[in-house]
Design a protein. Structure first.
Length: 153
């Protein structure tokens, strides 16, 4: 199985866990004398099985990411950490930009006037650059994921 396929399967398992969670919540309490739409114990057994499979799969994905390089001396795990922090930093700058760009209407001269304390154009360039770096790195990671076999420990 390719790493990319394992990542798709991981997402499917995660969705299934959330679905089972909601189904269990829906039947955990019923009116006295009623019968639940589904047997809770059956759903709990299914949940346990899916979570065990998910745990095993995540361990294999992590092992694969640590033992394969995206570029020289840069493991996939390192690249993923870099991609996550690029996204985090871009999000902060985007929020900053959004708040700085909001105009506040004044209806009279006696109202408090607000000014922007940052260079909006400079921050926009930073957001654009971080977005580009993220896209380029993500493209490399995605391409590599389709070329690497999942390590089955």
């Amino acid at each position: 199985m390719k790493l990319a396929e394992a990542l798709i399967l991981r997402a499917d398992y995660q969705k299934k866990v959330q679905e089972l969670r909601q189904r269990l919540i829906n039947i955990v309490k019923i009116q006295e004398g009623e019968t639940p739409a589904e047997a809770p114990q059956v759903l709990i057994i299914e949940l346990e099985e899916i979570v065990n499979n998910l745990t095993s799969l995540i361990q294999k994905i992590n092992l694969t990411n640590c033992q394969n390089c995206l570029q020289e001396n840069v493991t996939l795990a390192d690249a993923l950490a870099q991609r996550d922090t690029l996204s985090l930093k871009r999000g902060v700058y985007q929020t900053l930009l959004n708040n700085a760009s909001q105009s506040i209407n004044r209806y009279s001269r006696s109202e408090i006037k607000y000014i922007t304390t940052i260079d909006v154009a400079e921050i926009q360039k930073k957001v654009d650059q971080l977005s580009k770096e993220y896209r380029e790195l993500d493209t490399l990671i995605q391409a590599k994921n389709w070329n690497i076999e999942l390590i089955d420990s």
